[in-house]
Write a protein of this length. Structure first.
Length: 530
């Protein structure tokens, strides 16, 4: 990461801490005692200690101690649920004996009873950060673009994506490799490559080669990311006070980016159907916008540009964090597993010609790499708690375990707790890259002669109630198939062209609130293969 950006992070982090302390104190002093009873009867509490200003101090600890509180809370709930197992079965039907069944229960709640709207506005700060577009309709639009244009047509994006990835990897990482194994910081290096690959697919080669555009857009994403992370953690009382400090740089980088992007969008929108390149994402998005517009109005270039910028923001941050974890998990595997070599052999067998690299289907046959990626999302999920919703119903709601939640309470699924539960994942604390490949084999055998292709329940992009790295149900990440394809393409290229080794020990999972922090300081050594 550039020093100025590190400086920004440090400034925002300390500002956040001070503001949090003051406002939590004010909250605790001036909000009525009734509101300070946040824990419903019968639900075990985690993260609180017997101490002065217990609530403030517990809240502050949650800024960085989310992992331990969540795992501790999960254990308590499992114990409570086990004691309650009979009544729970009566309520939920056979097989209901723990949190994964509650995931479905949570998703089934109608939006008049529970909703994620306020949580998104507050936790993702979407109600505060300046975005220039209305959030809910944009969210709907993004979901449709991802589903109708990206996921269904992954084959169209593979060629430009691969082309950009190999050039960016050789330019950025190759320089380190040439200096005979000079250490590379994984996160910033992959972030650069991913930014280029995303821009190439979303905006085309012209803007991806424009260094000024790339700098402004990267800074816009950074300002959005820091804003989301910091404002999302602040108590409501102070959000509006602090938000201008974040919106000012955001406004600047957003305006600069739009100034370069909008004319490109305008030019593409003026192309006739015959002139349109089917792999051009901007034209494809314009078609979706036109189709879903209630008045069938053509897409507005500025609005379309802004929506695509937001999509890139959603994509870059999660991809860079997750891809870094995948690479580090692979390189920190015990050498006796010969994982790197096995992944190289799998890639060599499947990627024999340029056409193989340019076909998305090739990558869906990489079952061992897929398994290593899914396992990494299990051990290092981006969000340690997910599917969060607020109780909207005035009468509150009864949980499957019997406890009552009042209106305004927040409820989420302990992703990390479920991912580390021995009942679902034997030896759950250990990163086992072959775990899901073995399960896929077993599923293929059990289903007769249909083969491992048909046995796809364990694909890295396929969520389940016990695999929540991409969320689950209607709110699951719409970019997950594209994300998995990009990670595979990047890894395959790296593994086939470079020898790599980890440096030092693997950093533990660190979070701010519910969000995984990037492993900023983790390093690896690369050597170009001859
Ligand atoms: C490995 C990388 C990624 C991970 C781990 C990831 C994870 C997630 C998760 C857990 C959610 C649900 C958040 C919630 O419940 O509030 C989500 C939502 C979302 N993701 Fe991803 N994501 C990744 C990559 C991407 C990419 C590449 C794109 C776009 C190209 C994308 C676009 C989105 C969007 C637009 C949403 C919001 C969906 C909604 O609100 O309905 N993500 N992602």
């Amino acid at each position: 990461m550039e020093p100025t950006m590190l400086g920004n992070w440090a400034f925002y982090a300390s500002a956040c801490l001070v503001i949090w302390m003051i406002s939590s104190f004010l909250n605790s002093q001036f909000i009525s005692a009734k509101k300070l009873q946040p824990f419903p009867a019968g639900v075990p509490v985690s993260g609180m200690r017997k101490e002065w200003f217990a609530l403030i101090r517990a809240s502050m600890r949650q800024l960085t101690a989310g992992v331990s509180t969540l795992l501790d809370g999960y254990q308590k709930v499992i114990l409570t649920l086990r004691r309650l197992v009979s009544p729970l079965r009566d309520q939920l039907g056979a097989g209901a004996d723990g949190p994964p069944e509650h995931v479905k229960w949570l998703l089934e709640q109608p939006s008049a009873i529970m909703s994620s709207k306020t949580i998104r506005e507050e936790r993702h700060a979407s109600g505060y950060l300046h975005m220039g577009v209305e959030f809910e309709s944009t969210e709907f639009f993004l979901e449709r673009i991802m589903r109708d244009r990206l996921t269904k047509h992954l084959g169209l994006v593979q060629e430009p994506m691969y082309d950009e990835i190999r050039h960016a990897l050789d330019a950025d990482l190759g320089a380190y490799a040439r200096e005979d194994g000079k250490p590379v910081k994984v996160f910033p290096a992959l972030q650069k490559v991913i930014l280029r690959a995303i821009c190439r697919v979303f905006f085309g080669p012209e803007l991806t080669q424009d260094d000024h555009f790339m700098l402004m857009y990267h800074r816009y994403i950074l300002a959005m990311g820091v804003g989301t992370m910091v404002i999302g953690q602040l108590p409501k009382l102070l959000k509006s006070v602090v938000v201008p400090a974040f919106n000012l740089p955001l406004y600047y980088y957003r305006t600069r980016t739009l100034k370069m992007l909008v004319p490109v969008v305008e030019r593409r929108l003026n192309l006739s159907d015959g002139e349109m390149d089917p792999s051009d994402f901007i034209s494809q998005c314009a078609k979706v916008s036109h189709r879903i517009s209630p008045t069938k109005t053509p897409a507005d270039p500025a609005q379309l540009a802004e929506c695509m910028m937001l999509l890139g923001f959603a994509a870059l941050n999660s991809l860079a964090v997750q891809a870094s974890h995948v690479l580090l998990d692979i390189l920190h595997c015990p050498p006796e597993l010969k994982l790197y070599q096995t992944l190289r052999e799998e890639s060599e067998a499947l990627l024999q010609s340029p056409d193989d690299w340019n076909a998305a289907e090739t990558f869906s046959k990489m079952h061992i790499m897929d398994s290593a990626i899914r396992e990494s999302l299990r051990v290092h999920p981006m969000l340690i708690k997910g599917l969060s919703k607020e109780v909207i119903a005035t009468e509150g709601i009864d949980l499957p375990g019997g406890a009552h939640l009042a209106q305004g309470a927040w409820l989420g699924v302990p992703t990390l707790g479920i991912h580390r539960d021995e009942r679902f994942y034997p030896n759950a604390r250990v990163y086992d890259p072959f775990r899901f490949a073995k399960l896929r084999e077993a599923q293929a055998k059990a289903s007769g002669n249909k083969g491992t292709e048909a046995a796809n329940d364990f694909d890295a992009g396929k969520p389940s109630t016990t695999y929540l790295g991409f969320g689950y149900g209607r709110g699951a990440c719409p970019g997950r198939w594209y994300a998995v394809l990009m990670i595979k393409t990047m890894l395959a290229y790296l593994i086939l062209h470079y020898d790599a080794e980890a440096i030092g020990t693997q950093p533990p999972l660190k979070t701010i609130g519910d969000m995984a922090l990037p492993p900023i300081s983790a390093q690896v050594r690369l050597r170009k293969r001859v």
